[in-house]
Structures are given as structure tokens and as C-alpha cells.
Design a protein around this ligand. Sequence first.
Ligand SMILES: [Zn+2]
Length: 408
Amino acid sequence: MLVESIIKKTLGVKSHRISRVDIEEGSLVAFIVSRKGSRPTCSVCGRKAPCYDTLSERSWRHVPCWGIPVFFRYSPRRCSCARCGVKVEAMPWSLGKSRLSLPFIVVLSSFARILSWEEVARLFGVHWNTVRASVLHSVEYGLTHRDLSGVLLIGVDEISRRKGHTYITNVYDLESKRLIWTGEGRDCATLERFFDDYGEEPTARIKGICCDMWAPYFDAIEKKAPEALVVFDKFHIVRHLIDAVDKVRKMEAIEKKKDNPELLDGTKYIWLKNPWNLTPKQRERLGQLEKLNLKINRAYLLKESFRHFWDYLYPESARKFLKKWFWWATHSRLVPMRDFAWMLRNHEDDLMNFFKLRITGGVIEGLNRKAKVVSQRAYGYRTFDTFKLALYHVMGQLPMPELTHRFV
Ligand SMILES: [Zn+2]
């Protein structure tokens, strides 16, 4: 009797009761019945309706009790709802057609947010596919119940998968720092798919979109979200600048191979790091190298002076600075720096949007790192669909169904 009432209490059922609990092959099997005279609740509209018929018995796997597997058995009724027609009744322990109870889905998927799915499967003595199914159910629930009304600024970026063989595009909410969409590919069509999935009304609310200047997303943004301001991600721009500086160093190291092969050895990070992060030793080396009129030093000075660009308060002053900087870079006789400067020039108007809406993709970097961790933890995420599930689950901040009892 005690076990029956514990199960009933933790499930929070009212119009059902546990008729008996048996032990079958080492598992506890609780038989659920509807209360005598109770009318079923329509699973679509939530209203009481007369009983239509009773379906054959179904089984649900529930949260194990003291390491003993627990199952429910119940024959669901169908009701004849005046609004919805003949529908299966609502069962508070059941989610859709899942063979797992709702509390078990919540427990498994809560663990799957912090552990690998394999570990969760081992911990609960279930198959990996069962963990996947529970994550699938809770992600589906979360995606339909999440609130996107506050999303105003989004960040779009790609990450590579399978050692760079495939790419996926992630769309983040920059303010709440969550993943709102993920899709295979990294081109214009990928982002168009996002806008189609996201819907016209939420898209119209988006004020700013932060992305890489080099990314092929503009056409999609222009077509689907023409009102949104495109802001180039500062962190991406700085990374491209750093790449250009590093190219200059590599080219110069090759040139110096004959007469001074060790000159630039081990100097890579001296040129790339922020000056205030240099160690005393690196600072000393930089001081010596600066006297040598090297190409890499010219590139370094250009990189350092570009820092001021972001600090301007007035767009017109920033534009003036950019003009000057462009002249220096294009007259530096350093091809990578010149290419970078031209890239800025070609996107100048969009580049200036930074001064209208000061958003940066610092958040994107952090979230991308998190996505990489999810990818590494995922021994089993071989297919994109499964990886996508894991990403939404860990990074989507999705709401979970509420339970009347906390199981863990
Ligand atoms: Zn109904």
C-alpha cells in the first residue's frame, strides 16, 4: 500500500490511482487505473469530456527506485470532446507517444545536460537510445515552450565539425547568451532557413545582427531581415587583422632564412598578443626587434594603431581615422595588411554600424567554445541531428516540463 501511495504522490495524479504494484522479472510494475466515475480530460484542449472507448494497455518506464526499474501500465481512454472530436485523454505522467514517463524524461535529460549521454545511460541502466529519446522529448518541449519575445540582438557564426569537413551555422541570442537556432552548412541558404524557421514576426523584432565581415550571410539578411542593422563582429575583425600580421611575419621569416634564420624564431606571440600581456622577456625582445626596421614591425604598429578605431564616440571621427589608417596600410608595401585594409574599405558602411549599435560578438566566442565542448563530449553524436539535439539541450536554455515532485 505504501509503495502505491508514494508513486501516486510523486506523480501528482488526481483522476487516476495505482491499483496494485507487482514485481515482474526484478522490476516494479505499477498498474494505473482511472478513478471510478471520473471523466477523461481531452489531451488537446484540457476539458473534461465523456469517455468514448478504452485503448489497449501501454507501458511507461519510470524513474528507478533504489536501483530497481519501475514501469507503469495503463489502458488510456479516449474521450469524445465536443470541440476536438475523439481524442486520447491527458495523462499527467505521459508526454506524447514516449515510452518513458514524463518524470523519467526530465530526470534523464537533466543529467544529460551535465554528463555525456553514455555516462547517463550507464548511471540509470538504460540504453543510449533511451537517453537520446529523453533529450529529444525535452528539447521538443523546450522549443515549443521557449520565449523568444525578448530577442533583439542576434549573433551568427559558423563552427566546424568533423575536423573541418562539415560546417554548421549557429544563431545566438546575444543578450541571454543562448543558442536559438543551429543548421547544417555555412552559406546564404543556411541563414535563410533560419529566418524561415524563426518566423516573420520574431524576425521583425530583431534590431541588430552581429556577424563576421567575411561571412556569406548578407544576402540572406538583406532578403529576410532588411530592417535589422548588420554589425560586424569586432572580435572577428581583430582576428583577421592578427592573421594578416602573422602572414607578414611568416613571409619575412622566409626572406631572412639565408642571412639571419633565427631572427624571428619564437616571436609569433610577441607580435600578436596585446602589449600589456607580454612577459618582461617578450617585452625586452620586442624592444630589440623594434630597432631593426622590420616589415613585421610595421605590420605590428598598424595593428596596434587600429585599436583606436573602436574607441571613437562619433562615427564621423571614426570614419576619418579609418581613412587615414587605410592610407597607411595600403602604402605599407605589406600585401596582407593591404588586403585587410581593402576588405574594410569594401564594407565600410556596414563597418560604421558599430557606432550606431555597439554590439560585439564576445558572447559568440564563448558560446562557440561551449559548442566545441559539446561536440567533444559527444562520442555518439555522429549524425548532425543528434549533435543538433545536444547543442539545443546544453546551450538553448530551454524550459523543461514542470513536475509536481523533485526526483533528484
Ligand atoms: Zn478537446
